[in-house]
Design a protein around this ligand. Structure first.
Ligand SMILES: NC(=O)c1ccc[n+]([C@@H]2O[C@H](COP(=O)([O-])OP(=O)(O)OC[C@H]3O[C@@H](n4cnc5c(N)ncnc54)[C@H](OP(=O)(O)O)[C@@H]3O)[C@@H](O)[C@H]2O)c1
Length: 293
């Protein structure tokens, strides 16, 4: 029923149940960590999921786990830095499901920490390859596939290190900044063709890669909410960005960081700092300063 404002009626509360029903999604980097959690979340939201990563065994285990719950998941061993491999991944999705609606380009990785001038050229190239080249190649083949059936939604994996500098990981920082640039450029190129492109910028998140690296003390120091994030908390944002609930959002970068990028935290008389200990406390142990996400 239309009210006196002349606006169309409200469509009722948004619900996550079935929010990706009928959609086909590619998720890269799905063999473990955030990607494996996203594979499960996309499937629970009703999507058929095509899982990609290099580790064939691990990928199959994730797909089998999802299949066991009655959802549809297939695994396609893929190296996102190899154009032919990514092209085959997208071809597989089209052959199997006849459409591609969604992609979470999550594959990526870092390198051993070193000051920029001491960073091996190979390690720099590797970080750019996994993050920037991999994201470019994924979108290069996904977008034409999505256009065949009227459009789609893509979420690229950046990091808080894609929005600010972090000491000791110049290659990773450059790669994750590049992911944001690619996201915005693609969003502009395809806005009128019904392909939305957004990025998430998480950190720090507890995964196989970070377990034992980021202690609860570090999280208390670095994250305003005082804890490290969970894989599912990133997956949920990726599901939302892929869903029609975010239909007017494109070219955006969404931090999933417990408030880490919101600002700096100082000790002031009578005011509790958002992070503990305060960054104004110069006595913090040096390892605490060496954050790697
Ligand atoms: N954990 C965090 O705190 C955090 C914070 C911000 C951003 N991120 C980003 O989130 C993503 C997932 O992180 P995570 O912590 O879950 O890391 P992870 O456990 O190391 O997972 C990385 C995933 O990417 C895949 N991958 C890496 N290189 C690939 C390639 N060339 N081709 C295909 N797949 C490749 C890996 O699979 P294979 O080895 O089987 O290929 C794996 O599935 C990464 O892009 C990471 O940079 C993580």
């Amino acid at each position: 029923m239309e009210d006196s404002s002349g606006l169309p009626p409200l469509r009722g509360p948004a619900t996550v149940k079935g929010m990706l029903a009928g959609k086909v999604a590619i998720i890269t980097g799905a063999s473990r960590g955030i990607g494996a959690a996203a594979a499960t979340a996309f499937a629970q939201a009703g999507a058929k999921v095509v899982l990609a990563a290099r580790d064939e065994e691990a990928l199959r285990r994730v797909a089998d786990g999802i299949d066991g719950t009655g959802s549809v998941a297939v695994s396609v061993p893929t190296d996102v830095t190899d154009p032919r491999s990514v092209e085959k991944l997208v071809e597989f999705a089209l052959e199997k499901f006849h459409r591609l609606d969604l992609a979470f380009n999550n594959a990526g990785g870092g390198h051993m920490p070193a000051p920029l001038a001491e960073l091996d050229v190979e390690q720099f190239d590797q970080a750019l390859g996994a993050n920037a080249r991999g994201t470019f190649l994924s979108m290069k083949y996904e977008i034409p596939a999505m256009l065949k059936t009227g459009g789609g939604s893509i979420v690229n994996m950046s990091s808080t290190a894609g929005l600010q500098g972090v000491n000791g990981i110049a290659g990773y920082v450059a790669g994750k900044h590049a992911v944001i640039g690619l996201t915005k450029a693609a969003a502009m190129d395809y806005a009128k063709k019904n392909v939305r492109v957004n990025a998430v910028a998480p950190g720090p998140i507890l995964t196989e890669r970070t377990v034992g690296v980021i202690s609860p003390d570090q999280a208390m120091f670095a994250v305003p909410v005082g804890r490290i994030g969970n894989r599912e908390e990133v997956a949920a944002v990726a599901v939302w960005l892929c869903s029609d609930l975010s239909s007017f959002v494109t070219g955006a970068v969404v931090p999933v960081d417990g408030g880490r990028l919101a600002g700096v935290s100082f000790s002031r008389p009578g005011v509790t700092p958002a992070v503990t200990p305060s960054i104004s406390d110069q006595r913090k142990p040096s390892k605490v300063r060496e954050n790697r996400w």
